[in-house]
Design a protein around this ligand. Structure first.
Ligand SMILES: Cc1cc2nc3c(=O)[nH]c(=O)nc-3n(C[C@H](O)[C@H](O)[C@H](O)COP(=O)(O)OP(=O)(O)OC[C@H]3O[C@@H](n4cnc5c(N)ncnc54)[C@H](O)[C@@H]3O)c2cc1C
Length: 383
């Protein structure tokens, strides 16, 4: 399988890496452990826009760049190498805009797509609710027809990426009171129809805002994204790609942790020599490096399969499961290389460890990935 980038793609990646070092690293340092404001998030999207970010998944016919998922993944990995949270923020916006371009009706694309591509507007995707996580089929949010050509949407969403910095939300809901009715996706414009949001702090990755949406508004009936009643299959289908990107984020963070641990091991001295000269330190670094390579290979394979349009839910579940669990193992080992300094906020390694820990949850927990793989292996569902 072809996992390399071509010459042009490599050039884009190298240029982007230099831009990240010069402009995004100082911005991330300034943020520390807080999410960006709406203005800061938009400013970041707009500065990244000339590199294609925001439109990497948007078809060329809609004014996008339509990069391969492999190139997009490598670019997101580079952002995460600088700051995992900002990588999450950018990855979610870029993916949501691409999905919007693929499913939204023309009148909504005419109205919003150019602004979304340019980073002047921001978009989140809201499935999870306070009582609904691993099984999106149970969504309670309702969009009831009013008889005036509008839908009244009432519900609460939680842990939504970029909620608090969003202008627009694609909300997964039911367009009928019947709890067995199929799910749909409906667009809400914060300024026009209104929704409230709050930010939720997490163990790590706090520069990637996650928050709640409180929704009670009316939207035009033609704000349905894709097919009415097709919301569940659209959501499940989008997970194949999205799961690779959670793996990508983990790989970027793990790479940063391994590099930091190698640098530290080559300079810190104990027992009259650098600690890199002690076998246990080399074992930790070697195992972390092997885990990282395996994670990247599985994730890149997933991206290549998504690029081919192949059905690959088993392989992308494996990529997400392995890469996020490996990220936790790698950052744990690297933290140990630092001794007590690994526990100090003066050293970034504890932040990388907390960041990596978050990633076994979004887009299906590790156990949900195991159950998906098990179901595809055996043909028997254990859900
Ligand atoms: C950083 C981050 C970003 C996120 N972004 C978004 C977003 O943009 N949009 C969005 O809609 N959501 C988002 N989420 C929410 C995320 O998708 C959910 O948290 C996730 O799907 C798990 O749901 P839950 O937290 O409700 O856990 P629950 O479903 O309550 O699960 C709790 C535990 O039970 C286990 N479990 C559940 N069902 C089963 C089963 N059948 N068999 C065995 N074990 C089971 C789980 O593995 C887990 O260990 C985000 C979360 C995070 C942390």
């Amino acid at each position: 399988m072809f996992l390399e980038l071509n010459e042009d793609e490599q050039l884009v990646l190298d240029t982007f890496r230099r831009f990240l070092d010069k402009e995004v690293r100082p911005f991330a340092r300034g943020l520390g452990d807080r999410p960006p404001s709406m203005e800061e998030a938009k400013d970041l999207f707009q500065r990244m826009s000339p590199f294609g970010v925001g439109a990497m998944y948007v078809p060329e016919s809609d004014g996008g760049y339509e990069f391969s998922n492999m190139l997009t993944g490598r670019m997101i990995e580079e952002i995460c190498h600088v700051d995992g949270g900002l990588g999450g923020l950018v990855s979610l916006q870029d993916g949501a805009v691409g999905t919007f371009a693929r499913f939204a009706p023309q009148h909504l694309k005419d109205r919003y797509l150019a602004d979304l591509i340019a980073g002047r507007r921001t978009l989140c995707t809201a499935i999870t609710e306070p009582g609904v996580g691993s099984n999106p089929r149970n969504v309670l949010t309702r969009a009831t027809p009013t008889g005036r050509g509008t839908l009244r949407i009432v519900g609460e969403k939680t842990w939504i990426s970029n909620a608090h910095v969003s202008d627009l939300a694609v909300v997964v809901c039911r367009t009928s009171e019947d709890p067995r009715a199929p799910l749909s996706q409906v667009l809400i414009d914060r300024e026009e129809q209104g929704y409230e949001s709050t930010n939720l702090r997490k163990l790590g990755l706090n520069t990637w805002p996650t928050g709640q949406l409180m929704i009670d508004c009316e939207v035009p009936e033609d704000n349905i994204i894709g097919v009415e009643g097709g919301g569940l299959s659209q959501t499940l289908r989008s997970f194949e790609r999205a799961r690779c990107f959670v793996g990508v984020i983990s790989c970027g963070i793990a790479r940063a942790a391994l590099e930091a641990a190698i640098d530290y091991a080559r300079t810190r001295e104990q027992w009259g020599k650098v600690i890199a000269g002690h076998q246990t330190i080399q074992i930790k670094l070697a195992e972390a490096a092997a885990d990282l390579d395996a994670a990247r290979l599985l994730v890149y394979r997933g991206l290549a399969l998504v690029d081919r349009g192949a059905r690959c839910d088993t392989q992308t579940a494996m990529a997400k499961l392995f890469a996020t669990e490996a990220g936790i193992r790698i950052t744990h080992r690297c933290l140990e290389v630092f001794g007590a300094n690994g526990l100090s906020p003066e050293y970034p390694i504890q932040g990388l460890y907390r960041d990596a820990r978050v990633l076994s949850v979004p887009d299906g927990t590790s156990d949900i990935q195991r159950l998906l793989i098990g179901r595809n292996l055996t043909g028997v569902s254990a859900f």
